[in-house]
Ligand binder design. Structure first.
Ligand code: FES
Length: 159
């Protein structure tokens, strides 16, 4: 997976007023195309969201999501193709189950399930991408900083 877009102002958490750091894992097909279209059409979304490319949401393993949260990322959005539209047939359905499973874990350990969400998009759904990004930023802002952030910064959590 590769980081594709980082809007200006990322890592605002280090600059005074806390802003959540969000990663949007986007599949290489519809979701990334929607994110790209949002950029091309100059749709505004919060700058503290880093878009990370993945071949398919089915390739986003639990470890990727948990590692991001362990490192102090405040929220994760998993964005894939519409159900029935995955270029790897069932990748997004596997991702959906994985996301639900991890959300359960996040609730159990007190981190909050709402730090992790999934959205299904077609390539033309740039406005929906932007809307979902704004939603997760708002939700995570209300939840506050990831409780693991301080441990990650102190090097308590493995990198
Ligand atoms: Fe988009 Fe699988 S290729 S979710």
């Amino acid at each position: 997976m590769t980081a594709a877009h980082t809007q200006p102002g990322a890592s605002a958490a280090n600059k005074g007023a806390w802003e959540p750091e969000i990663i949007a894992f986007c599949c290489n097909y519809c979701a990334y195309a929607a994110a790209d279209l949002a950029g091309a059409q100059r749709m505004q979304y919060p700058p503290n969201v880093r878009v990370v490319h993945s071949p398919c949401t089915g390739k986003i393993e639990m470890e990727h999501i948990l590692a991001a949260l362990e490192k102090g990322i405040d929220g994760v959005l998993v964005a894939g193709c519409l159900e029935g539209g995955c270029h790897f047939i069932e990748g997004n359905l596997r991702a959906k189950h994985r996301v639900e499973h991890i959300r359960g874990i996040l609730d159990e350990i007190g981190i909050g399930a709402d730090r992790l969400r999934m959205v299904n998009l077609s390539a033309a759904m740039a406005p929906t991408f932007v809307e979902r990004v704004r939603e997760i930023v708002d939700t995570v802002t209300n939840l506050g900083p990831n409780p693991l952030k301080e441990s990650a910064q102190q090097g308590v959590v493995s990198k």
